[in-house]
Design a protein around this ligand. Structure first.
Ligand code: RFL
Ligand code: PHB
Length: 392
């Protein structure tokens, strides 16, 4: 097989890239290790920045999103039993964020690609990348339906997530890793319960962090800070509701809506960046190059921002033969990536309980929350990062 861009991974990064390339007349083949059903059902992100939504709509894959999404004009930060609203509309000149589940974005992108008759190879086994040093001709090898296959391409896009094979295939000594692990994870549930609040509620409490978000007007998505090595079996449904009730308790007429829990998992938390995000003829995007703790809701949005830059670089190369944008790909992405890293780390540090913290640190966290919810300058900082920093 032969194509222009060989894309490893059909997550948000790989599928948005394939879509943007197609719109510019550039061919690609997407190679994915999982089945279509698996990637269309994988429960992960839910919050999209304004720029991500605008891009999906402008490129023709936002029809269902427009019909089914929930648009939010602010969030609540809750501590000391009181809620404080951060008004994005007012603070960012009318920008919004959108709730639309990651697996719905995936369904829309897979549907559009397959409908256009363009290739995604699902359930590819033993995927490996070869000859991507400058001056060579790259290829992707794998097995599909029992056959060994090879795709020859001009460039490889490594969009295969944090545990993928592209990043580790880059020769030793080329990449530098920047890393921070957190001593906690998030237990996330989906519940058949109407959201308790119209907007997301980020709660700081002595018992740890909790986040109230949603998927639809009937389905709540709720998260609890838990120790990083927590066993999900230690959390029967009643314990989850109890803990959520205690952490989100507030004065006034607040009530947590409860219902049947139909999905439950624990995700670990990490900040990670690799530099550079490219080597020879391979370019990394999304979680393959960087991950953030989910407190800032940035991971999927960063993945989309990366591939937007990558698609422009490929477009320049195929239109006029120049490699300038390709050469500066990593540097361009990293400026924005590091700002999202800083924001995600900051939100995480402000809102979670750290076992190693003493009472001084806890007072400091409360002071920070108090400041962030009372100073217009501080609220504006939070709001402009949360809705998404400019792309260019
Ligand atoms: P993905 O989504 O991991 O996709 C990578 C794809 O590559 C495939 N793959 C391979 N394919 C071929 N060969 C191999 N050897 C392969 N190895 C892997 C995988 O099967 C997969 O299909 O990476 P991508 O595209 O970079 O997208 C990143 C996002 O998925 C991720 O950053 C977000 O989910 C993070 N995230 C959030 N981001 C947001 O922007 N807003 C949110 O509200 C938000 N909430 C979250 C989140 C992540 C969470 N977890 C589970 C960590 C909430 C949670 C709880
Ligand atoms: C989600 O809806 O899953 C979500 C929202 C905001 C976050 C993280 C996850 O910060």
């Amino acid at each position: 097989m032969r194509t222009q861009i060989g894309i490893v991974g059909a997550g948000p990064a790989g599928l948005v890239l394939a879509h943007l390339l197609h719109l510019q007349g550039i061919e690609s083949i997407v190679v994915e290790s999982r089945s279509r059903k698996y990637i269309e059902e994988r429960v992960r992100a839910g919050l999209l920045e304004q720029g991500t939504v605008d891009l999906l709509i402008a490129t023709g894959v936002g029809e269902r999103l427009k019909r089914e999404c929930l648009t939010h004009h602010g969030i609540e930060l809750r501590f000391n039993r009181r809620g404080h609203r951060i008004d994005f509309n007012d603070l960012t000149g009318g920008k919004t964020v959108t709730i639309y589940a990651q697996q719905e974005v995936i369904k829309d992108l897979v549907g559009a690609r397959l409908e256009a008759g363009l290739p995604i190879i699902f359930e590819a086994e033993d995927v490996s990348v070869h000859d991507f040093d400058s001056g060579k001709n790259p290829s992707i090898r794998f097995r599909a339906a029992g056959q060994s296959e090879e795709i020859h391409c001009d460039y490889i896009a490594g969009c295969d997530g944090f545990h993928g094979i592209c990043r580790p295939s880059i020769p030793a000594g080329v990449l530098t890793e920047f890393d921070r692990e957190y001593p906690f994870g998030w237990l996330g549930i989906l519940a058949q319960a109407p959201p308790s609040s119209d907007e997301l509620v980020y709660t700081y409490s002595e018992r740890g962090f909790a986040l109230l978000t949603m998927r639809t007007r009937q389905i709540s998505r709720l998260y609890l800070q838990v120790p990083f090595d927590e066993d999900i079996n230690a959390w029967p449904d009643e314990r989850i509701w109890n803990e959520l009730r205690m952490r989100t308790a507030a004065d006034g007429n607040w009530k947590l809506n409860e219902g049947n829990i139909f999905q439950k998992n624990i995700a670990s938390m990490r900040s990670y960046v690799v530099e550079p995000m490219q080597y020879g003829k391979m370019f990394l995007a999304g979680d393959a190059a960087h991950i953030v703790p989910p407190t800032g809701a940035k991971g999927l949005n960063l993945a989309v921002a990366d591939v937007r830059i990558m698609s422009k670089a490929f477009a320049e190369f195929y239109a006029i033969g120049k490699t300038q944008l390709l050469e500066s790909y990593s540097a361009t992405c990293l400026r924005r990536v590091w700002k999202a890293q800083r924001f995600s780390w900051w939100m995480t540090s402000m809102l979670h309980r750290f076992d190693t913290d003493n009472v001084f640190d806890q007072r400091r966290q409360i002071a920070e929350l108090d400041y962030v919810t009372s100073s217009r300058a501080a609220m504006t900082t939070l709001a402009e990062n949360y809705v998404g920093l400019p792309w260019d």
